[in-house]
Design a protein around this ligand. Structure first.
Ligand SMILES: [Zn+2]
Length: 410
């Protein structure tokens, strides 16, 4: 008896899962091909016309898609087309950075209408979460005043995150270790909330909106204060059972290098990051080397620009860093054989120095068959702190159950 009921529960769960997947597939087809008729949706999605009719009716009732103008069909008859109702579905995407909290308001088509930024250098733990809660509430209230609601919230940050448990495991910043962020935000607002590591989410953003849209296997490497990567394999973000894959910043590239915050020595992150490159230029100047900065406070933008215009000192330091990065990229090429590797960060300003050093490494340190095919390029996303966070919401729509949870008024 017990066996029968557990079998029934698992069958129901499977049916629910299939419904969820079919619903997401149809929504994605509508989003990518709108305006599109039901007949064409069935063709593109390879689902039965009856399922398409049922699911699209459900999505119309929920206000997620809408019927649009009639399109003349080849047979002379007119078919009603469908399109996302994305102008009516609003979400909040936030990023907790090292110095700033960025918080934006998007519609589901990805149009950002509000973008706020707060300095959080003096905030830790509860005071940071209070600021986050207050600003989310203010955006929700603004939306309510206009008769709209917020359908989802997402937050990215650096460190080890468990998106399934909605928990920050470890972050170097802000005193939020082992913090159940999703639970705290969902309890406050009763809105589906998602969190993720910022670089892993950036790889998704590049896959949905940027340079890797046409690639199934890709890697995004982000170089800022630290170095991290996000890996997409067969169109899906690679997270593993422990939810964290891609911490390339802690691959040892220089055994005689300095100690990293992880405790080991000569990690990639201690040889390549905006902070390290500023330090290296500073030390070289103190040792009497010539740099084109005339006693100005050093900043990373000037260093990368100087490297790009051929200043020997800056070029040498960026090239050395790029070689360490290239060594790591060659390892990634050997292990993962990706179609594309995208570099994100200000270092791409010095693109000639950067990409030629990387290319040299992968040619000599990875399998010819692999490196001949891989494309290495700079990001195609416009500077936007919260686009990675917004990508987590897209993922919840395409791969998760967010569509089932959205219910908007027409
Ligand atoms: Zn380390």
């Amino acid at each position: 008896m017990q066996q029968t009921s557990s079998k029934m529960i698992s069958t129901i769960a499977n049916i629910d899962h299939i419904k969820q997947v079919n619903c997401a597939t149809i929504y994605k087809v509508i989003e990518q091909h709108a305006p599109i008729s039901r007949v064409k949706i069935a063709k593109v999605s390879q689902l039965a016309p009856a399922s398409v009719t049922k699911i699209t009716r459900h999505l119309i009732e929920k206000g997620i898609i809408t019927e649009t103008e009639r399109q003349p069909s080849t047979g002379g008859r007119c078919a009603i087309s469908l399109a996302p109702n994305s102008q009516k579905i609003y979400v909040i995407a936030a990023k907790i950075g090292r110095k700033f909290l960025s918080i934006s308001h998007y519609n589901l088509a990805g149009k950002k209408s509000i973008d706020k930024r707060f300095n959080i250098e003096d905030k830790k733990g509860e005071s940071l979460i209070s600021l986050l809660r207050r600003e989310i509430k203010s955006l929700i209230d603004d939306e309510l005043q206009q008769g709209n609601s917020i359908s989802a919230i997402s937050i990215t940050l650096s460190g080890l995150i468990n998106p399934q448990q909605g928990k920050i495991i470890y972050t170097e910043l802000n005193g939020l270790n082992n913090f159940p962020l999703v639970q705290v935000i969902e309890q406050a607002f009763n809105i589906p909330t998602f969190i993720g590591n910022h670089t892993r989410a950036l790889a998704l953003a590049e896959h949905y909106f940027g340079a890797t849209q046409q690639s199934q296997d890709s890697i995004v490497i982000s170089i800022h204060h630290g170095v991290g990567s996000g890996i997409i394999m067969q169109g899906k973000a690679l997270l593993g059972v422990n939810c964290n894959i891609g911490e390339i910043g802690h691959i040892q590239v220089n055994p005689t290098g300095k100690q990293c915050h992880c405790g080991n020595f000569g990690c990639l992150e201690t040889e390549v990051s905006d902070t390290v490159i500023v330090e290296k230029v500073q030390i070289a100047i103190e040792n009497g080397e010539v740099a084109p900065f005339n006693n100005k406070t050093l900043n990373i933008e000037d260093i990368y620009l100087a490297a790009a215009s051929g200043d020997p000192l800056c070029e040498k330091i960026v090239s050395e860093a790029a070689s360490y990065l290239g060594k790591t990229i060659a390892i990634l090429v050997n292990i993962l054989n990706p179609e594309k590797i995208v570099i994100s960060g200000k270092i791409t300003t010095a693109k000639n120095t950067l990409f030629s050093a990387i290319q040299q490494c992968i040619v000599h340190q990875s399998l010819p068959d692999f490196h001949k095919k891989v494309i290495i390029q700079a990001t195609e996303l416009q500077p936007n702190s919260t686009i990675a966070s917004f990508a987590l919401i897209k993922k919840a729509i395409y791969e998760g159950d967010l569509l089932q949870k959205i219910n908007i008024k027409n």
